[in-house]
Write a protein that binds this ligand. Structure first.
Ligand code: DX5
Ligand code: ZN
Length: 227
């Protein structure tokens, strides 16, 4: 079965938005047809930068009716679940690499996320092999394949991740939404959709060089799945 373009989810990453115009960016993407917002939570430890905390997430929550999906690039994911639930976040994605004991250790936090009424997913860094998340089949509602090294926006899509997307789509099956994050634009969106991804995170392609281009960028990324 080939999924239609209407099944593609486009989630702009606010980390790439101009920080002092974040409200304008939220409006531009909401009005421009985004399906959700991707909110990168970085703790300055799992990755070098520190990004958004509860005050920013609350402000974004108040500025749009679209779902907010959190991507946790933090060393201690469990400590963030409660405030994300309180903020009204729809989905929380954990990095398997945050768990020293591997994927099986992530299950408790994934269950905690679901018990707070949110969708639970796992993210995987470029250097981590698919085997590291194989035991999570049946434990997650989505998988996020990092197509750049996490920590910054504006990096080029790693074409070497395409076989990994294919492998994860095969392993997790058709009901699990596979997403890509990093370097997604209208071209790499097509590549990713062809490999079976359905959830497209896009940062700099949507918010740079300016917000006047946001709606067209979202349209073009979505249309990448159409033909
Ligand atoms: C990187 C973040 C991404 C980033 C994407 O660590 O997880 O969500 O903002 O930005 P682009 O689309 O510019 O690669
Ligand atoms: Zn992200």
């Amino acid at each position: 079965m080939t999924a239609g373009a209407d099944q593609v989810v486009v989630a702009p990453s606010l980390y790439a938005a101009p920080l002092l115009r974040i409200g304008d960016a939220v409006r531009a993407a909401t009005d421009g047809g985004a399906d959700a917002f991707h909110v990168d939570i970085m703790d300055g430890h799992f990755v070098g930068p520190i990004s958004f905390g509860n005050l920013v997430v609350d402000a974004v929550r108040a500025a749009t009716t679209l779902p907010l999906d959190a991507h946790l690039m933090v060393t201690n994911p469990a400590s963030h679940v409660a405030w994300l639930a309180d903020a009204g976040v729809r989905a929380v994605t954990l990095h398997v690499e945050a768990f020293a004991g591997g994927a099986s250790q992530a299950i408790e936090t994934l269950n905690q996320i679901r018990s707070r009424g949110m969708r639970a997913g796992i993210a995987i860094k470029p250097a981590t092999s698919v085997g590291a998340i194989a035991t999570l089949v049946g434990e997650v509602q989505h998988v996020l394949v990092m197509t750049v090294e996490p920590g910054s926006s504006g990096q080029p899509f790693l074409e070497t991740m395409v076989p990994k997307i294919l492998e994860i789509v095969r392993l997790f099956g058709p009901t699990i939404e596979v997403g890509v994050d990093g370097g997604i634009n209208r071209h790499t969106a097509r590549t990713s959709l062809s490999a079976g991804a359905r959830y497209l995170v896009a940062g700099s392609a949507v918010f740079t060089p300016n917000l006047e281009g946001t709606a067209e960028a979202i349209r073009a990324i979505r249309a990448a799945g159409a033909g």
